[in-house]
Design a protein around this ligand. Structure first.
Ligand SMILES: [Fe+2]
Ligand SMILES: [Fe+2]
Length: 276
């Protein structure tokens, strides 16, 4: 599994978009953050092949949010000149997503798929559990994944999913990881999967999972303080990942956009279970 030409793409996550006219979360305009990230991406010398967004596409998940998101993403696809592929997170809702973003009949059907980019395979999973903030992969999706991975792709496979599997620095945030990582591990064992990309925890967190490199990217809408162990500390910070596939390996450059990095809000999680 080697190639002379690296494959290069972008991972954004947790963009938490709201339709115009709503009171902005923390007083921040998240659509401006998405536009700023895409503007920065356009200044890179190398042009990425595509963008993936690993969930929490909207903050409230209403129909008008997804209609606005569709306009925003279409605008950025036009400016970037490359496709943007999305996955769902715990802040997303399937029915309004299907109606407002995919512009199809609303349904509660889970949203997962795979696509080829040159000779690299990308699998976009759906870890959201409707009605909760937790993350889990159900048996139907795991069976589908097993079938997809049965045939290797020339440059391997990268899986994109919202809830991460790699432990975080604190017990507080470990509560937000995928609930059944062992089920995912058993499906990807011995396959061509070279990396997992996720979000949800709103800070860069890179580690190994069963010998596979995993990267959770910083939130684009806002960040969390990765050192906080008792309170969730929301920070005006935005980041994303540059992803390169070279010589059969996934390489990750965590990026941080310029910003104030000021503390926006502090949440005592012993009183309220966090909503990230
Ligand atoms: Fe989020
Ligand atoms: Fe999330």
């Amino acid at each position: 599994m080697t190639t002379k030409e690296p494959m290069f793409f972008i991972q954004l996550t947790d963009i938490h978009i709201s339709a115009p006219g709503k009171k902005p979360l923390f007083g921040l305009e998240m659509s401006d953050k998405l536009r700023a990230a895409c503007a920065e991406i356009r200044t890179l010398e190398a042009k990425p092949s595509f963008v993936v967004i690993s969930g929490d596409l909207t903050h409230d998940g209403n129909l008008e949010d997804y209609r606005f998101l569709k306009k925003l993403i279409d605008e950025q696809v036009e400016l970037l000149g490359i496709p943007i592929h999305v996955a769902l997170g715990n802040h997303d809702f399937r029915e309004p997503f299907r109606e407002g973003y995919l512009e199809e009949e609303p349904s509660n059907e889970s949203y997962y798929y795979s696509f080829m980019a040159d000779r690299l395979r990308i699998v976009m999973l759906n870890t959201q559990v409707p009605g909760t903030h937790g993350g889990r992969l159900d048996d139907v999706q795991l069976a589908w994944l097993k079938q997809v991975l049965a045939e290797p792709a020339p440059l391997g496979t990268i899986i994109v999913h919202h809830h991460p599997v790699v432990k975080t620095p604190t017990v507080m945030m470990d509560d937000h990881l995928l609930e059944n990582p062992q089920d995912l591990a058993s499906v990807i064992e011995g396959t061509d999967v070279i990396g997992l990309l996720s979000g949800h925890i709103h800070y860069h967190n890179v580690g190994m999972f069963n010998g596979i490199l995993c990267a959770a990217a910083d939130g684009l809408a806002f960040g969390l303080d990765p050192s906080a162990s008792t309170n969730m500390r929301f920070i005006d910070r935005s980041g994303y990942n540059l992803i390169t596939v070279k010589d059969g390996r996934m390489i990750v450059q965590p990026m941080t956009l310029s910003g104030e990095q000021r503390l926006l809000y502090e949440l005592n999680v012993s009183k309220i279970h966090a909503e990230v």
